[in-house]
Design a protein around this ligand. Sequence first.
Ligand code: ATP
Ligand code: MG
Length: 221
Amino acid sequence: MLIRSKKAKHRKDTNLINYIDTTSMISEQYRTIRTKIQFSSIEKAYRTLIITSPGFGDGKTMTTANLGVVMAQQGKKILIVDADLRKPMMHYMFKTENTTGLTNVLIQQTSLQRAIRKTEIDQLDILPSGPIPLNPVELLSSGAMKEVMEQALEMYDVILFDSPPVNAVADTQILSNSCDGVVLVVNSGKTKKDKGLIALETLKSAKAKLIGVVLNKKKKR
Ligand SMILES: Nc1ncnc2c1ncn2[C@@H]1O[C@H](COP(=O)(O)OP(=O)(O)OP(=O)(O)O)[C@@H](O)[C@H]1O
Ligand SMILES: [Mg+2]
């Protein structure tokens, strides 16, 4: 799961990405995913990627965070956007505050620059969700969202979007249509085949470009 060293092993707070162990097997797995993404973008580099999954708790946030870390370790400037406006968690992952974020930028309460937070990892910033809105679909499909993406692309090499489950709400369909690619996380031993197929159909009908599937498995504690 998290890219952590033995130093962090005994910490109760497992969501901290404080100690990076670049030699671990887990780290290596995320680097493999990174390489596969890069190799699949031969004609045009994928710069906006959305990470989603069929259901709740499949590992979307975990995958997004760790992909962000390994991409930043390669020297790329990475922004993770918490576009899960229903159950935002990315700020916990990186221990940043979430008083202002994406939703404030979308309703023009603040600028993108002011809402972005630095993380402890060089070259990796996050845009937390901001306060949970009543109308996530409207916000994510707005012209303001397009502007946020365009502005962010001027500042970063790659933007990773964390998202809600694609089978549950329309938010992910909307975003996946405007991203260069989609990474679908499936929960090994948990995601049912029919749910996986529904996710694929939904992404297809959104005209999203599916880059690949990550098979995630939570370690038993
Ligand atoms: N590969 C993994 N190894 C260990 N724990 C994991 C792994 N993937 C996910 N988890 C744990 O499982 C829980 C759910 O993961 P995560 O929050 O990433 O899922 P999610 O798909 O973003 O969930 P949600 O649909 O609620 O947004 C978290 O507590 C996370 O720490
Ligand atoms: Mg999540």
